[in-house]
Design a protein around this ligand. Structure first.
Ligand code: 13P
Ligand code: SF4
Length: 303
């Protein structure tokens, strides 16, 4: 506790000296969410990065998020606490694979989940996040959509659109681990609880849920709901904001495995250190960033 207090004081000092803003995804450790200037899901954090006046953005999340911030705010310095915090799902699709699929479906619009590399975004017509995926897919001018990389989110979107979706086979190791049995057991233990899950979960799990939405959508739903008890099917870091917003409500995470190890690579100490050293910084080659930016900006414009 004493060490954390010192780290927090140092952080405040550095933030002023460097004119920095700290953005944190809801899956980050509590000690990071506590000191963040802004917490959010992938969409809100990308939007914030695009709009901030700060000179330095410290992005606490996984690599593709810092990369997206850098693409949207190319003149800013974007720092990440640890370069090794990646997203395995983002690595499940590469440029070669996507180009092959585009050649097979020349009339399809490429819609790419923000959980992807800058190179893949550069081959993309429009990006989306879990909070706007349905809106984005319905907004494209073609009847056919190439969807990468999350098959579970793709399947969920397909239920809510008439577009023909060609879906890549990627998935999130963390959300995909949640099973029907997990939900059944939790419901048996907590019969009055409402089930809220993230659309990165398997279709059969999503089908059992009372509410499906992005991290922010789940948080908002639980805050505004008249119910008092919830079974949550998303990463356990979300508990920080859920409990903060609704201290009187009860939240059960649907499985003890709902932890993204990549998100937990970051900690308060590394956060302070990166701002101290101004390293590691995110770099995206300009010829890739310029193309990727179009796909992200198109997403931000979808109403
Ligand atoms: P959201 O931030 O859109 O809820 O997505 C969750 C996720 O897996 C981010 O890595
Ligand atoms: Fe990637 Fe899943 Fe972790 Fe999100 S929760 S960063 S999708 S592995």
């Amino acid at each position: 506790a004493e060490q954390n207090r010192e780290l927090r004081e140092r952080l405040e000092q550095l933030k002023k000296e460097r004119n920095a803003i700290i953005l944190a995804h809801y899956y980050q450790r509590d000690e990071i969410q506590e000191v963040a200037d802004f917490r959010g899901d992938s969409f809100l954090l990308a939007q914030k990065a695009a709009q901030t006046d700060a000179e330095v953005i410290v992005f606490c999340g996984v690599h593709f998020m810092g990369e997206s911030a850098k693409i949207l705010a190319p003149d800013k310095t974007v720092l990440i606490p640890d370069e090794r915090a990646g997203c395995p799902m983002a690595d499940m699709v590469n440029v070669d694979g996507l180009r092959k699929l585009k050649a097979q479906h020349p009339n399809a619009t490429v819609v790419t989940y923000i959980n992807s590399s800058a190179e893949v975004k550069a081959e993309t017509d429009i990006c989306c996040t879990s909070s706007n995926a349905i809106k984005v897919v319905n907004s494209v001018p073609t009847d056919e959509v190439i969807w990468v990389p999350d098959k579970n989110l793709g399947h969920y979107v397909q239920q809510h659109t008439d577009k023909k979706m060609i879906i890549w086979e990627g998935y999130c190791n963390t959300h995909d681990m949640l099973t029907v049995k997990d939900i059944e057991e939790m419901k048996a233990q907590h019969p009055n609880a409402i089930v809220a899950v993230h659309p990165e979960c398997r279709p059969e799990v999503v089908a059992m849920a009372d509410f499906v939405g992005s991290t922010t959508a789940i948080i908002k739903f639980c805050r505004e709901s008249e119910h008092k008890e919830f079974i949550i099917g998303t990463e356990d870091g979300t508990g920080y904001q859920l409990r903060k917003d609704s201290p009187d409500k009860i939240f059960h995470f649907a499985s003890k495995y709902l932890v993204c190890p990549n998100m937990k690579v970051n900690n308060l100490k590394k956060l302070v250190k990166c701002l101290e050293n101004m390293h590691p910084q995110v770099y995206v080659p300009p010829h890739i960033a310029d193309k990727a930016r179009l796909s992200l900006e198109r997403m931000l414009q979808v109403k």
